[in-house]
Design a protein around this ligand. Structure first.
Ligand code: ADP
Ligand code: ADP
Length: 226
């Protein structure tokens, strides 16, 4: 069964903006799903609802079988989020940053698990480095490590390569593929068609609050003659 089940999800903000209009979608365990759409399409709203940060106006979300609204803590423990805005303590070390993040989730210390996370992100050799000493790519890896610190099975990445150069974009693609190989289910948003094609197993196209279609990547490329 799907790891996330979304049915008829809608959100109208208090301002009156209808940001999502009846989105229904199953997310498969272990896949990389890219949500592709222009600015203002509703991608961040969708992710924010699935991570429990925004309350939907209508519809249902089940995460790992748990109703997100009724059984929030169980659902939330399965999820990690890499938000768009970056805020890091620049004078802290990599290892302390992820330890602290795990503590915020109320999880017991588990340095063996954190070592696995840092190794998967090629950050283990940098564990004692201060964040301010790291390259932009390494800083982004630390954000991912923070999001994985409590051991979630699902990782959301909101515009993971917005505003980065082409080399760093490719580096991030490799990092995300590596996480899939570790068994993490990944949902990312992007407004780059190329990024969706490169990284995802399935692509959902979202516009004006509606999920227009969801396709396996191969079918998408076939349909659009790429
Ligand atoms: P909710 O319905 O989830 O309570 P609100 O409409 O009350 O959301 O807005 C939440 C916050 O987002 C407010 O602080 C508001 O200023 C801000 N906000 C309002 N409009 C926008 C917008 N178009 N894009 C991003 N943030 C916005
Ligand atoms: P995307 O991530 O695809 O750019 P968003 O989910 O951020 O789209 O925004 C969808 C729509 O909802 C836009 O019209 C945006 O202005 C509006 N919106 C986003 N956040 C808020 C908010 N907190 N309050 C009111 N309107 C919002």
């Amino acid at each position: 069964s799907p790891i996330i089940e979304v049915s008829d999800l809608s959100k109208t903000y208090a301002s009156g903006t209808p940001a999502l209009k009846g989105v229904t979608l199953d997310i498969r365990e272990g896949e990389i799903l890219a949500l592709l759409g222009p600015n203002g399409a509703g991608k961040t709203t969708f992710i924010s609802i699935l991570c429990g940060l925004v309350t939907p106006t209508g519809g249902q979300v089940r995460v790992g079988g748990h109703d997100l609204l009724r059984d929030y803590r169980a659902a939330r423990s399965l999820i990690g989020l890499v938000p768009q805005e970056i805020a890091l303590e620049f004078f802290e070390s990599v290892i302390n940053t992820v330890r602290f993040s795990r503590g915020l989730y109320g999880k017991a210390p588990d340095d063996a698990y954190l070592e696995r996370v840092l190794r998967a992100l090629s950050l283990w050799d940098k564990r004692d480095a201060k964040l301010r000493e790291l390259s932009g790519g390494m800083k982004r890896r630390v954000l991912i490590a923070k999001a994985l610190s409590h051991g979630p099975r699902i990782l959301f990445l909101d515009e993971p390569t917005a505003g980065v150069d082409v080399n760093l974009r490719r580096e991030m693609w490799e990092v995300v593929r590596g996480l899939k190989a570790e068994g993490v289910t990944i949902i990312l948003t992007t407004h780059y068609l190329e990024e969706a094609e490169e990284m995802a197993d399935r692509v959902g196209i979202i516009d004006k609050g509606r999920l227009l279609l969801v396709r396996d990547k191969a079918d998408l490329m076939h349909e659009f003659g790429q």
